[in-house]
Design a protein. Structure first.
Length: 256
């Protein structure tokens, strides 16, 4: 694994050699951007001049131009080191075939830095007596969720295999492999949506007090009872007892 001789115990996690290696690879191999871009963002670089170089490479690649030293240098700000630094980056590449590996190292250290930053902010919330404990917990979850959010960007994909995958999902027998849609129990809605599909996020919006939560519990109940699916219910407005009370009311047809 790549090591960083310059990394100090007191500095945030980073790997200078990996940063320089991935940038050098991008300068030498125009095709490498296709495997690096889904893994790495400019803010993942620890060193500011490396962030600037990566942004310049992204800008050049977006135009369809070769990401060589001469063209990238024209997009760099003055403080980024100039052509001499770009030459040094090219000379630092151990292996042109390892671009994705270098990128994953850089991305990993970036996540660790963000985790440390979030932990510091959470600690401040914990020490502050002025912050309500529920607010502190909510903020802590939000900060950790931001760190844990995976990069959703994907690389190029051929249309043919995606069409086959889509058609497989439309077939009635596509149950275990591709995931059969789950009926909501509302016939007209299922006719419009084709049921609830794996990987989808469905947001229900309406004015307060019109029954959004009740409707959501009905869908959850129908998926579990009628569809024989495992369902998890998360609620920020009702306690566990209130959720169970609503579900029992549905089953017994007695007003809650």
């Amino acid at each position: 694994m790549l090591s960083d001789d310059d990394q100090s115990f007191h500095l945030p996690p980073h790997n200078t050699l990996a940063e320089e290696s991935v940038l050098g690879t991008l300068l030498l191999d125009m095709e490498a951007i296709s495997v690096v871009k889904p893994v790495l963002g400019a803010d993942d670089f620890y060193h500011e001049r490396n962030r600037n170089v990566y942004r310049a490479i992204q800008k050049v690649a977006a135009r369809g131009d070769p990401t060589d030293i001469a063209i990238v240098q024209s997009e760099l700000p003055a403080q980024a080191g100039g052509i001499a630094y770009l030459v040094r980056l090219c000379e630092s590449v151990p292996n042109l075939q390892n671009a994705e590996y270098y990128a994953k190292i850089v991305a990993s250290t970036a996540i660790r830095r963000r985790l440390i930053q979030a932990a510091g902010q959470i600690a401040q919330q914990g020490y502050s007596e002025e912050v309500d404990q529920d607010e502190a917990l909510t903020e802590a979850r939000r900060l950790l969720d931001q760190v844990g959010q995976a990069r959703q960007t994907s690389g190029l994909a051929k249309v043919g295999p995606m069409i086959v995958e889509f058609l497989d999902q439309l077939m009635p027998e596509s149950d275990v492999v591709t995931g059969k849609p789950v009926d909501t129990g509302f016939i007209d809605l299922d006719r419009l949506l084709g049921g609830l599909h794996p990987g989808n996020l469905v947001i229900v919006g309406a004015r307060p007090g019109v029954g959004k939560t009740s409707w959501g519990l009905c869908v959850a109940r129908n998926a579990a009872v009628l569809g024989n699916k495992t369902v998890a219910i998360f609620s920020l407005e009702m306690s566990r007892i209130e959720v169970v009370q609503r579900l029992l009311s549905m089953e017994t047809e007695i007003d809650a």
